[in-house]
Ligand binder design. Sequence first.
Ligand code: BTN
Length: 260
Amino acid sequence: MHKSDILDPDRITAGLNTKYIGSKIIVYKSTSSTQAIAAEYAKNKANNGLVVFAEEQTSGRGRASNKWLTGKSDSLICSVVLTSCGIRPELLSLVYAVAVAETIGEDAKIKWPNDIILNGKKVAGILLEAKSHKSHIAYIVGIGINCHQKKKDFSAELQKAATSIDIETGSFADRILLAKRVLASVEHWLKTGEKTAAKVIDKWQELSIQLHHRVAVIYNRRKFTGNCIGIDPEKGLIVQLDTGSVRFFDAAHTTIAKMP
Ligand code: BTN
């Protein structure tokens, strides 16, 4: 690990130009999951914008009950607490996908609903969880960006599908810089989404690897194929099926499958 890359709250905060995302930053050397810690903070409405980072997670969680495995200090791992959110929760998933893709750089793309893809492989994932409290609904948004993994760090199966910023750029990613960028970008896209949902949807569509391409999805254990013709924040992926009809596939019940 390069010394300059150690996550340090003061270094992340220095020059951070945000109003509330990152207003409080907590860094763990090791924790089970930043989602669990952030969920505790999210019980208090005053913690809007608080961010929990970790160098290491021992029980990192991914979407659909998957594990999210990382090595010590090889990723940018954080969970953002939102306790008063002015945008529809459905749009939140798109906001974060756009913000994380923008953080990684102009070659980063989005695979619906919110996998971030770099040169055809997954480089980052986003986990959106909501908890209802007496005074507020809290959204806890977990972000995991692969930074310093080498090819051999991924299992043989994952090597085909996963990558890291270092692998793709050939240089050592600066996690402090990425942390600053992701917080600023999240705040920017949250504000944008509060004013105009269409701007977020347009940006999401611009970054989508699926829009206007053939897709195969599994919905309630059935496979559907067709052309992706759009995205609706509430109803999900819009697909013109090979059978001719147009169908919506919501993120909660749909997974993207390999094209036959
Ligand atoms: C996915 O399956 O693509 C989502 C992965 C989300 C991983 C992040 S890492 C920080 C936060 N803590 C967790 O346990 N998971 C999320």
